[in-house]
Design a protein around this ligand. Structure first.
Ligand code: C2E
Ligand code: MG
Ligand code: MG
Length: 691
């Protein structure tokens, strides 16, 4: 049972035992005390009283002086004092003798009550006793606590112990603290130095123990300041932590060394790529927040490989170290020079105002390094090329900035070395920007059906009849003019637009082709397909569906795939070429001769014809060139494949190809690729002429 459990707002409530042989009085007192909130036990005799005390947390005993016999109350008192000093005994006595009361108090009674008493008197005495007892116990506990603290600071302690008033006055100092006091120039009754006084005040206010480090006589102490409750002083206990501090310092050095090694290049001592990128990231953040510019510059030693080969790797390394130092000397402290790897250094410049400043600084560094190398005893006058990218102008991520600085460095090398090139001064900027714009326009062009097939006639050499037309995609953009298919087909593939573009062209071409077939023209349609398109899901099914939708037959349609793409196709899992062939379409290898298909791979493919690349047609005027075309025609015959000569531009080419047995011909000499209306007219006229 703790004291607080018996404490209420109306006062201290206690567990009270009343011992009296008068039953009536017992009952009356019991009721009265219970009413005022106390918990009450009663006993008529001594044994009963002893029992109750043993079994219950009795705090106050109200005992009649005469219970079974005279002075029994004093006997209870005597018994309790040594065994249970916390129990407060109040003696009730009818004896109006002052001497009796004095005896009771002298023997350790808390109070006494003279009989007869009225109930108010009783309650008042019990309440007062309860309160006094509570306070006494509380005070005792506090003293005990202080004793515990004090016992921790023996005067013989080898460590300094001080008792200091909250105003900083030294009340006590042990022997060990004397050298300290001497250094502080103070003694008993005087004030501790200002810094300690302030710390003591602060700790006292905080009402909890705090530590402070103090250096004295070449040693380091940690002072623990302990405020003592309800007092105006603190204890100051010093531990000598000199050794601990030394160990800590050694550990920090070791840790720093390890970190240094992990983040620096061992040869030049410069930060490595990891540290550089970390700093770059921070610089980018600051740049974007603060509105200043950050630049990175890649450095490359011109002809370093040659230097290495001529003078050896050791000299190469020495040169690199020299350059690293010279670059470092030429930069501000806030800037970072790092080793990227090989002979490449990278520089981080922060807080710039514009691109010109980046250029200016880099140019200055480049010249300064060059001059220093010229005067250096190493005797190698190397030059530097530098590529610079600026954040936020060029890019806002580490990766892209590095990529761009590298691009600029490449440009510097290409333009003749020994110079600084800004990324924004390279053509790549235009290319990047144009590419982005082109992507947007391409998407819109596909959506708005601005890319349409043109048709180029294909003639049969034997009959001189137009037997086929090839659909070739055409895109006219007001802003750009005619965009070549080689450009937009590639971009559509990169941007994931090739499926929709292919579908649009095929749909329009099938529609046009249906009209031509309805006009009784016995021709077929050649359709170009790229690899990615062919590998898209359901490509063949969709193609077949489209063929049916326009009431066309698959054998009227020839799918052209370039030689290199056909080769990739044959190694990949699943073979769309076979699917195309088994659906009934014809297959043609476009630009044949450009790839490296072997005889056996050609044999395996379900092909119908080879389109001889126009570069061979162009070279036919040379003997060797002619032999190649003849060989291709031979090969096709062996493989039982038809041949088409592409890019026939003049009569000579037309005649040679016809002579050596090429089956079909296509090219400007026969007809340009033309819009649907034009090809309709063209076919009308030419078929009439030919028949
Ligand atoms: P390709 O299939 O080999 O088409 C023949 C190319 O040669 C066409 O270029 C055509 O205009 C051009 N040409 C025709 N006759 C002559 C000639 O006598 N002399 C010269 N110098 N050139 C001639 P184009 O239209 O620029 O197409 C380039 C390539 O783009 C095509 O080569 C084809 O691989 C691809 N392509 C065109 N349209 C499409 C399409 O709708 N889908 C796919 N996937 N690729 C297409
Ligand atoms: Mg083609
Ligand atoms: Mg071709």
């Amino acid at each position: 049972m703790t004291e607080s459990e018996n404490t209420s707002q109306t006062g201290v409530k206690s567990n009270v035992l009343i011992v009296d042989d008068e039953a009536e009085l017992l009952q009356m007192v019991q009721i009265a005390l219970k009413r005022s909130g106390h918990k009450v036990w009663v006993s008529k005799d001594m044994d009963g009283a002893r029992n109750l005390i043993q079994l219950n947390p009795i705090e106050i005993v109200l005992a009649d002086l005469t219970i079974e016999k005279e002075n029994d109350g004093l006997i209870i008192l005597d018994e309790l004092i040594p065994r249970a000093p916390d129990i407060a005994v109040v003696i009730m006595t009818g004896n109006h003798d002052v001497q009796t009361a004095i005896t009771c108090l002298r023997n350790g009674a808390f109070d006494y009550l003279l009989k007869p008493f009225n109930l108010n008197e009783l309650i008042s005495v019990v309440n007062k006793v309860a309160e006094r007892r509570y306070k006494m116990i509380e005070q005792r506990n506090r003293i005990e606590e202080q004793i515990i603290v004090l016992s921790r600071f023996p005067s013989e302690s080898p460590s300094p112990v001080l008792r200091v008033k909250t105003d900083g006055t030294i009340l006590y100092a042990n022997m060990a603290s004397l050298p300290l006091l001497k250094e502080w120039n103070c003694g008993m009754g005087q004030k501790v130095p200002e810094f300690l006084k302030n710390f003591i005040i602060e700790t006292f206010k905080a009402e909890r123990q705090q530590d402070i480090e103090v250096q004295s006589n070449g040693r380091i102490y940690s002072f623990t300041v302990t405020p003592i409750k309800d007092s105006d002083f603190v204890y100051v206990y010093g531990h000598d932590i000199t050794r601990l501090k030394e160990t800590e310092r050694e550990l920090t050095i070791l840790k720093n060394q390890a970190q240094e090694m992990a983040l620096h290049d061992p040869l030049t001592g410069l930060p490595n790529r990891i540290l550089f990128e970390d700093r770059l990231e921070q610089a980018i953040t600051q740049s974007l927040r603060g509105g200043t510019k950050t630049a990175i510059a890649f450095f490359d030693i011109d002809n370093f490989k040659q230097i290495n080969d001529t003078y050896g790797h050791k000299v190469g390394d020495q040169l690199l170290i020299k350059i690293a130092n010279y670059v470092k000397e030429a930069t501000r402290r806030a800037d970072t020079v790092a080793r990227w790897g090989g002979d490449e250094l990278i520089l981080l410049l922060t807080g710039l105002h514009n691109q010109e400043e980046a250029n200016f600084v880099c140019e200055r560094i480049r010249r300064s390094v060059q001059e220093k190398l010229r005067d250096d005893d190493l005797g190698i006058s190397a030059t530097l090329s530098m590529g610079v990218a600026v954040c936020p102008d060029d890019a806002q991520t580490t990766e892209l900035l590095e990529q761009q600085a590298d691009t600029a460095l490449y440009a510097a090398k290409r333009r003749g070395k020994n110079m600084v090139v800004l990324f924004s001064d390279t053509d790549y900027v235009n290319i990047f920007q144009q590419k982005a714009r082109l992507g947007i326009l391409l998407r819109q062009a596909i959506d708005n059906n601005k890319i349409v097939p043109y048709y180029q006639p294909i003639i049969e050499t034997k009959t001189k009849r137009i037997v086929a037309i090839e659909a070739l995609a055409r895109w006219f953009e007001t802003e750009l003019g005619w965009v070549p298919p080689s450009t937009f087909i590639l971009m559509a593939e990169e941007e994931g637009l090739i499926d929709s573009l292919g579908e649009k062209i095929a749909t329009k071409a099938f529609n046009d082709f249906k009209i031509l077939r309805q006009n009784n023209l016995q021709i077929s349609l050649n359709l170009n397909v790229s690899l990615r398109q062919m590998y898209s899901i359901d490509y063949v099914e969709k193609l077949l569906q489209l063929t049916k939708n326009y009431h066309l037959e698959p054998e009227w349609i020839t799918i052209e795939i370039t030689e290199s793409q056909a080769l990739v196709g044959s190694i990949k899992r699943g073979n769309p070429l076979k699917e195309i062939a088994s659906a009934g379409f014809r297959l043609s290898i476009d630009d044949f001769g450009q790839g490296y298909s072997s005889f056996s791979s050609l044999q395996e493919m379900p092909l119908n014809e080879l389109k001889i690349d126009m570069s061979f047609v162009r070279n036919m005027k040379t003997e060797k060139g002619l032999r190649i075309v003849k060989a291709i025609v031979e090969l096709a015959k062996i493989l039982d494949l038809g041949t088409i000569g592409e890019g026939v531009e003049d009569k000579d080419e037309y005649e040679i190809l016809s002579e050596i047995g090429v089956d079909k011909l296509q090219g400007y000499y026969i007809g340009q690729p033309m819009a649907f209306e034009e090809i309709t007219n063209y076919l009308d006229t030419n078929l009439k002429i030919l028949t």
